[in-house]
Design a protein around this ligand. Sequence first.
Ligand SMILES: Cc1ncc(COP(=O)(O)O)c(C=O)c1O
Length: 373
Amino acid sequence: MPPIYTSSTFIQESPGVHKGYEYSRSHNATRFAFERCIADLESSGLTEAQDRTCGGFAFASGLAAIGTCLELLDAGATVLCMDDVYGGTNRLLQRVRKRSQGLQVTFADLGSAESLERAVAAARPAMIWAETPSNPTLKIVDVQALARLGHACGAITVVDNTFASPMLQRPLEHGIDIVMHSATKYLGGHSDVVGGCLVTSRPQLAERLRFMQNAIGSVLGPFDAYLALRGVKTLAVRMHRHCTSALQIARHLESHPAVKQVVYPGLPSHPHHALAARQMRLAGEPAFGGMITVHLRGGIAESRRFLERVRIFALAESLGGVESLIEHPAIMTHASVPADERAKLGISDSLVRLSVGIEAVTDLIEDLDQALR
Ligand SMILES: Cc1ncc(COP(=O)(O)O)c(C=O)c1O
């Protein structure tokens, strides 16, 4: 197992002549091990000769990774962002980078081929930011079409791959320029570490990201890199379990009288089910992830009661851990999205989001049933 290298600095042979490690913000062997691992999982295709960590970069959080990625843009550049993204991504763009970097931010539904094409043609963006599946309404973006349209207009294409993980989809293989992760979620997998990653297959972008990572300095610490790397070792088995349990729960809830609608890419009722089945695969079979969004019957009072009564599902923000989590996006993860935008996206008071863990699925179903009763 890679050791945890806590050294902040390294002895030099002569002034300016180091032995491969100079200072831990720039070079840390534990972080490097995690960065090479995630680069490999995301199929960066870069060798250590092309980039020291093969195009993988780790940060102190998912948002630190997003913030560093946005620094690739010049002041005043246009960003085309998917309308349904993590609330913190929305907040960083709208409430920080519009002001501090003068970014022109356009939000659009990138979940259908026509709207994607229309939005790219209208915005002529320098960067396109997408999540698939998106958070929390689980829209699916056609990553191949996104890469094609992005390159045609010279934009840097970025996919936040947090919900799918590299086990289910590897956007770089479809021509996307940069993949981003909140490593806090499925990569770490145990709700005990906060981290983020960027991975690229383009040597020039890798060079720029390496400079930015060091220049900005929001790097992942060695203890956290160790934990994230340990989490990744079980990613394949965890994702398999998350996917099979979530599909079973989604089917169960779809016929429950207290539920108005279940949104899960694995259900034929999902508008992008066919695309998801093509794009998201585990060991050659369609696999749709562990996230489910549910519209309950009733309003805020019914949702609140349900969320207070679950016993195995933990009422908490975040996702992707071995323990099942449940939350209310309008009040919790997406409170930073303005109310009118939430309403347009369908993030209502009766919407709850489930992150299905790896517990016995029968226990999870029983728990949801008793809370819904
Ligand atoms: C899809 C997605 N992207 C990015 C982030 C931000 O990551 P972090 O919380 O590690 O900063 C989150 C966090 O919930 C997320 O769900």
